[in-house]
Design a protein around this ligand. Structure first.
Ligand SMILES: C[S@@+](CC[C@H](N)C(=O)[O-])C[C@H]1O[C@@H](n2cnc3c(N)ncnc32)[C@H](O)[C@@H]1O
Length: 240
């Protein structure tokens, strides 16, 4: 039994399993993700040339397992949802909702119209499974750079670890779209560190550079690295 368990945990064995069950592209992608950690430049070029493909291949189910296995991640989503709810928004859009953990936490705190968009079909499939039946959250396949919603159509727009995963032109387009679609508030949990798939933006500083006031800005208490953790809420309009 111990031998079987050790074999199952071995990287080459898991790679073989991935190859068998999901095909070459998925297995190659997974192997790259687990390697090249000392070569972030190469890793970005080989693995993150197309962000949408990366998140689709990474897969909603794998991402779900990785995240749900970390207690601190669930605590963080709950903390962000508490902050979001404290502004009493009348409707909320989450851009880049992934498998829906934050939507789930928000939904259990506020009873207002809720929507999530994501550009990865595999993430949205996982969200449809994860969110409880009868969830009031509408899930839409779309890019953050071009939101399929009218100007000022949501009281608050939220992003959590999304802008940071986009190269500068796309990140800038998402910020502009957030400003167009949000009525009163934009809330962001976007860390500032740079890795092979993160671009290292300071979202709070960006709002300040645009002359937009922040209601709050600071690290999330349960994040391990307080220097790179950031949650901020921009106030776009004070009228209800
Ligand atoms: C790190 S996950 C975060 C998921 C979720 N917000 C959370 O906090 O659990 C990033 C998600 O954003 C999505 N995403 C990244 N860039 C995007 C873009 N430009 N447009 C739409 N979705 C995007 C990815 O597909 C992925 O599901």
């Amino acid at each position: 039994m111990a031998l079987v368990a050790r074999l199952n945990a071995a990287l080459p064995f898991r790679a073989l399993q991935a190859l068998e069950s999901r095909g070459f592209e998925y297995a190659w992608h997974k192997a790259l993700r687990r390697s090249l950690s000392r070569r972030p430049w190469w890793k970005r070029r080989l693995l993150y040339g197309d962000a949408r493909k990366y998140w689709t291949l990474r897969g909603g189910d794998d991402y779900f397992r990785e995240q749900e296995g970390q207690h601190a991640r669930r605590l963080r989503a709950a903390w962000v949802a508490e902050r979001v709810a404290s502004y009493q928004p009348e409707s909320i859009l989450e851009v880049g909702c992934g498998y829906g953990r934050l939507l789930f936490e928000i939904q259990s705190r506020v009873g207002v119209p809720l929507a999530g968009i994501d550009f990865s079909a595999s993430q949205l499939t996982a969200a449809r499974r994860f969110l409880p039946a009868g969830s009031q959250a509408a899930l839409v396949l779309a890019r953050g750079e071009r939101l399929p919603f009218a100007d000022r159509s949501f009281d608050m727009v939220v992003t959590s670890a999304v802008i940071l995963h986009n190269p500068l032109p796309a990140a800038e387009a998402i910020r502009r779209e957030v400003l167009r679609v949000a009525r009163r508030f934009a809330a962001h949990n976007e860390e500032t560190d740079e890795t092979y798939n993160r671009y290292g933006y300071d979202t709070a500083a960006w709002y300040e550079s645009q002359g937009i006031a922040l209601a709050e800005s600071g690290p999330i208490p349960m994040d391990l690295d307080q220097r790179t953790s950031q949650f901020c809420v921009a106030v776009l309009d004070t009228r209800r």
